[in-house]
Design a binder for this molecule. Structure first.
Ligand SMILES: NC(=O)C1=CN([C@@H]2O[C@H](COP(=O)(O)OP(=O)(O)OC[C@H]3O[C@@H](n4cnc5c(N)ncnc54)[C@H](OP(=O)(O)O)[C@@H]3O)[C@@H](O)[C@H]2O)C=CC1
Ligand SMILES: CC(=O)C(=O)O
Ligand SMILES: [Mg+2]
Length: 410
């Protein structure tokens, strides 16, 4: 076992097991407090909420509470390890919600793989939450589950591995392309992985101007080509090519996007890429190829991973706390394209306006204290500008900052 693995086990075990606990926010020191917090007083907010459900946002924790929900079917790059084994990752997401954006979150691990049953279970749980962050649910089921929940629920439902990853990849890609003097419409992109993260990242890259004919996608069986029987989301990415392996399509690629699994890429594949390649090896915890090996094969490469121990951490943790902060603050009924696009641009701009901007700094670091105040208002402005915010603008603490921003989107 490596040193980091040993340290991680000790870290999770020490003190109270795991990484989270619950805090009480009201005083409960006297009989009178008890009579308010519990019986008989607690009946009053119940009756109010029954009369007017929106009051739950005033009288309960709902408005600042997110459900981090998984069935453990695609946990990091570890695969289908099951609901319980995924719990450390979900507790980790809860920590990030709280630390980065002051959002309370419950992790919920559901032992169910049937998509319709999962939809029913999550829908039945939704009254508890102001928003739902789906996490580490495998493709293709994740697409159906998210779509059904978004149709059924009037609170934000967001599959982090799809959209969170895409947003941060989008921000990093805009900057990496600029640094290497490339136009997105001209680059050849190879994506390893055709699952939740990959499909959303590729859609976002198209949205940013990439050309579908320049994008080659591989899954565990090789290149998505018209010679294979493909259905669902994968079919849209089939290229009319005789190439079958990742190595074959890497020749002349400008960009490699890895959202698959450990070690699928070789130094030889990197050598086959164009000059100053952009190599985002984002599989967690073990990337498609370690950065030091990428660097050896292409010294001028722009490299990113999903990990905290290398420069350029492209990880959805850079956006989901702020997206949900903005959605909850504005009372948004959903997290829409406008909000996601605003987040991409805000992250990209924040990195560009930093003196560290360069090939080892294409996105801000996860611990950058500017993120909350820099990114959140721009996303909230997009919520107001696109008409999904349900709270009065004046109720926001950063309302003044938003007025001009929101108007530009109207
Ligand atoms: N840095 C970040 O922020 C994030 C990183 N990720 C990482 O991306 C990876 C995928 O996650 P996610 O999309 O949620 O998972 P999914 O299970 O939805 O998708 C996994 C995809 O990877 C493909 N795959 C597996 N093994 C290989 C291989 N040897 N070669 C090529 N493709 C392969 C699968 O192929 P097939 O379709 O044939 O099964 C599938 O298309 C994980 O490692 C995860 O940690 C995910 C989200 C965020
Ligand atoms: C970062 C993340 O969500 C993942 O690797 O699945
Ligand atoms: Mg994930």
């Amino acid at each position: 076992m490596s040193t980091i693995e040993q340290k991680a086990l000790a870290y999770h075990r020490q003190g109270s097991a795991g990484k989270i606990a619950i805090e009480v926010t009201k005083s409960v020191g006297t009989q009178e407090d008890l009579a308010l917090a519990y019986s008989p007083g607690v009946a009053a907010p119940c009756v109010e909420i029954q009369r007017e459900p929106a009051r739950a946002y005033e009288y309960t924790a709902k408005g600042n509470l997110v459900g981090v929900i998984t069935n453990g079917s695609a946990v990091l790059g570890l695969g289908n390890i099951g609901a319980l084994a995924g719990k450390p990752v979900m507790e980790g997401k809860v920590v990030l919600f709280k630390k980065f954006a002051g959002i309370d979150a419950f992790d919920i691990e559901i032992d169910e793989t049937d998509p319709d049953k999962l939809v029913d279970i999550i829908a039945a749980l939704h009254p508890t939450f102001g928003g739902i962050n789906l996490e580490d649910i495998k493709a293709p089921e994740c697409f159906y589950i998210e779509r059904k929940l978004r149709e059924r629920l009037a609170i934000p439902v967001f599959h982090d591995d799809q959209h969170g990853t895409a947003i941060v990849v989008g921000a990093g890609m805009i900057n990496a392309l600029q640094l290497s003097g490339r136009e997105i419409g001209n680059v050849k992109i190879v994506c390893s992985g055709a699952g939740a993260a990959a499909m959303a990242c590729l859609d976002l890259l198209l949205d940013l101007g990439a050309k579908r004919e320049n994008i080659f996608v591989c899954d565990s069986k090789g290149v998505l080509s018209t010679r294979r029987q493909l259905d669902g989301e994968k079919a849209a990415w089939a290229q009319d090519t005789g190439a079958t392996t990742l190595s074959q399509v890497m020749v002349g690629a400008d960009v490699f996007l890895g959202v698959s699994g450990p070690g699928v890429l070789s130094p030889r594949d990197i050598e086959q890429m164009s000059k100053q390649p952009i190599v985002f090896t984002l599989a967690n915890p073990e990337p498609e190829l370690r950065p030091e090996l990428v660097r050896e094969a292409a010294p001028d490469a722009i490299i990113a991973t999903g990990r905290s121990d290398y420069p350029n951490q492209i990880n959805n943790a850079l956006c989901f706390p702020y997206l949900f902060r903005a959605a909850l603050d504005s009372g948004a009924s959903t997290i829409n394209q406008e909000m996601k696009r605003a987040c991409v641009m805000a992250l990209a701009e924040m990195a560009r306006s930093d003196s560290r901007f360069g090939k080892d700094y294409v996105v801000p670091g996860l611990l950058d204290p500017r993120l909350l105040s820099g990114v959140t208002p721009k996303i909230a402005a997009a919520a107001y500008g696109s008409g999904v915010a349900r709270k009065q603008l004046d109720e926001l603490v950063y309302a003044e900052d938003l007025k001009d921003l929101a108007e530009t989107l109207l």
